[in-house]
Ligand binder design. Sequence first.
Ligand code: ATP
Ligand code: MN
Length: 465
Amino acid sequence: MAKYVAIRDIVQDKVPVGFLELAGWIRTHRQSKRVSFIELTDGSAVSNLQLVVDPQLSGYAEVAPKLSTGASIRVSGELVVSPAKGQKYEFQVKTLELLGEADPESYPLQKKGHSLEFLRENLHLRPRTATMGAVLRVRSAAAFAVHKYFTERGFFYLNTPIISTSDCEGAGEMFHVSTFDAENPPRVNGKIDYSQDFFKEPASLTVSGQLEGEICAMGLSKIYTFGPTFRAENSNTTRHLAEFWMIEPEMAFYELSDNIELAQDFVQDVIRQVMTASSSELEFLASQEWAQQGHIENLQKVAETAFTRMDYTDAIKILEASGKTFEYPVSWGIDLQSEHERFLTDEYVKGPVTVINYPKDIKAFYMRLNEDNKTVRAMDLLVPRLGEIIGGSQREERHDVLLAKIRAMGLDESAYWWYLELRKFGTVPHAGFGLGFERLLMYLTGLQNIRDVIAFPRFPGFAKF
Ligand code: ATP
Ligand code: MN
């Protein structure tokens, strides 16, 4: 184990004052005749640690010109309670070693703040910035919170396949997985002959682990997945990635209302956990110029207040009565567009809203048909600024109804033989949902572009590193 103390542990009072060793990157270096100051970060906390250096320190004079923003150093010395205002501790340097310089002429990240756009063009250096550091720590805390939430409630963490041969009913466009020579795949009668491919059938990167999740929920009762998901949708928006992480709980013996309650409790619990674990990160992010007024107070409120529930049919009535002119006209049967979702969350409810019971024709075949024969037991959780963060449903557990649905929708029933068998043998009511992890992170951090809440975003035309 390395001997270096994390600055996070110091600022959280977990390290007693006294002799210790630190390593990190320089944020700023101010020199004067009597004393020099270095603001050091190791990326573990929002706060830097102030290092106090006596200019007479052996070897300091030679390296001082190279101790510029971004340079890496290793120091030993005394952690003391700071006499200065605005910081709890400071560090009196006894030895200092320059590890790597960062020539100010060419190092792109200087002291001044950089725009989020600029940072997106420098992904290889972005994790060193205060903003991305905070985001990535929030991301890590949120992932832990997700696992903690489900584990404590008797859910089992399941890994569903990343390479899949089951199309989750066109949840999104798929990336193909093949070992064929793209220039010259084998063909039979002009058609590509997948029987000669690696898996002997067409395969893709998964667009959802739901169907496989259902298989396992039919054995373990309550499972959740948390893994990468791929959609080749050509949507260059601030809310879509080609590779994102999805959390998909699936529960046997749950009906729609249980599913809705779980989704709310889960989102609220993760918000609360992250507000505790990452309070300084959230405060730092909320202080940025791009942040929304009252972001943290709002999160607090959302964590404590029951989410509004609304029938799709009522949502349509509300939109029709709104007096607004929408780009996409509103009528019963339409899929809610972003502008409609935004009206419901930002203007009408002024908070999260779970819309339920959507028309069957705009939702997937596996959603449970309601008694009205027109709607299905779907639920989308919509939140202000973002729109949909969760999509879920109670699943159709009746074999005959499911088969009729598959046929009516013109799907290939032979491809779903196994999905149908789940309903033939020991079928049970069940439900689940999918939460986009990056959408949740946008909600938590207040960032408005999904490319800013993942270290290495992938989107049309971009898959660097
Ligand atoms: P949208 O309508 O916003 O494109 P969707 O209805 O296609 O989403 P679902 O198939 O219901 O999405 O997926 C479940 C969840 O996964 C969504 O609620 C969202 O949080 C997240 N999600 C879906 N597509 C993406 C994407 N391309 N990038 C990031 N997150 C996504
Ligand atoms: Mn959806």
